[in-house]
Design a protein around this ligand. Sequence first.
Ligand SMILES: Nc1ncnc2c1ncn2[C@@H]1O[C@H](COP(=O)(O)OP(=O)(O)OP(=O)(O)O)[C@@H](O)[C@H]1O
Length: 234
Amino acid sequence: MIEFKDAAVVAPDSGVPILEPTSLTLTERHISIVGANGGGKSTLVRLINGLVLPSEGSVEVEGLDVAKHGPRVRRMVGFLFTDPSAQLIMPTAIEDVMLSLRRTIKNKHERTAAALAALEEFGLGDRADVSVSALSGGQRQLLAMAGVLAVTPRVLVADEPTTLLDLRWRAHIGSLLRSLPVQLIEVTHDLDSAARAERTLVIDEGAVAFDGSPVEAVAYYRDLMFGRVRRDSA
Ligand SMILES: Nc1ncnc2c1ncn2[C@@H]1O[C@H](COP(=O)(O)OP(=O)(O)OP(=O)(O)O)[C@@H](O)[C@H]1O
């Protein structure tokens, strides 16, 4: 369970509010988050693993305050960035997955075998020894997923995880993410994907503007966006 208790964020330099005080209890297995660019979606999900800390209030994962127990929370919460380059740090694909597995599999042969299996699952079996910088954008996104999922997190926060993927991999990864035994919190601009969740949050201007069923949330979001376009062009 993830709990936001009046969690607010202000910009560190200017003090400008980025996220209004927000209280949420997130228990559903798949929650999608949609909203306009710059609305505060990434800020909200980054609070879940302490990449951003609340300026006020708190966020708890399984009863642990993220601000006080960052490393323990991060072992439970996998995070997928929109830009996979932000999380790929080793020279080759297999080394990157092996780095993820360093705590869970101590034996090097077993770790290598597990890393190769993870790469195979994401279609990268023949890219194991290729330099990460030589992979395509989509391959890098798949590699980041292989690394994060290899350690079987309890919660997976995915910030636009399929943006760089082609149609085939987008469908495959979408259904894979939904089938995993993890709580999935997915930020997405793909409204079909958003609609497959159990619950959807619409984030707008630094606040939760709608929280409810995906069908109603997507309809609310469309109205919000098209109403705004009409207002802006009037
Ligand atoms: N560290 C920071 N300092 C100042 N402003 C920030 C900081 N982090 C985020 N912001 C601002 O807060 C707002 C919300 O950003 P955020 O990345 O959370 O939005 P988003 O909904 O994820 O957007 P997008 O859909 O474009 O990725 C933006 O206007 C952004 O510029």
